[in-house]
Design a protein around this ligand. Sequence first.
Ligand code: IPE
Ligand code: IPE
Ligand code: MG
Length: 241
Amino acid sequence: MGQYERVAELPKERIPQHVAIILDGNGRWAAAHNVGRSKGHLAGAENVETISDALIEMGVKYLTVYAFSTENWKRSEEEVSYLMMLLKQYLIKNKKDAIRRNIQIKVLGDKSGLSKELQLLIEDVEASTAHLDSFHLQFAINYGGRDELCRAMKKIAAQGMDAEEITQDTIAANLDTAGLPDPDLLIRTSGELRISNFLLWQLAYSEFYFSDKYWPDFTPQDLEEAILDYARRDRRFGGRK
Ligand code: IPE
Ligand code: IPE
Ligand code: MG
């Protein structure tokens, strides 16, 4: 069945329900090809479509992609505005396609820090796909795990809750990921071995997979290797078998 036979042969419970990706290495990919960083980001954006299609085919239900961190504002104005333009284009281009394929799109992160134009576009895409559920695609934009936790604490305080009433469920319900399952598998490309402020709460028991390839070079076959590697892991969640 399909192109990913080895994944198709896995028992269903060995396939991750939710994959999170720190797509990294666009800049180094561009340098290696003697082109500007923008070209790397463009190739990277195209690869998000390729990889999300492959995940859908493999039977994964949720994909969360780290597209722009709260720390990425430190980059040059030229790079930041190019990235924002790409995100805008991606949302415009993928809205129709998402509706046709029953895909829900959500943005995680502090939207208030984005341009009004991008905010309106995000609202529109989120509202138009909110009822769809074949696949769930989350984009983390102006996202930082610490910032998300800080905003969640503020929301809880504003609800006037007693300290005694606060549980782990209260915190989870006030994060940007409220209602989403935690990632089962986190993939980071480009050889960096860190999480760079991504999903600090949600990754508590995720399995990590690191690839040395730059993100634009990360293929569906590499993804298949990551899923097969995940399928071999023994997730104990602190218990003993
Ligand atoms: C990842 O690629 C994309 C974003 C962080 C937006 P980078 O731009 O970080 O690429 P490198 O790490 O400089 O190679
Ligand atoms: C993490 O990549 C952020 C995104 C992928 C959006 P960075 O390239 O910004 O992370 P560092 O600087 O290597 O930690
Ligand atoms: Mg990087």
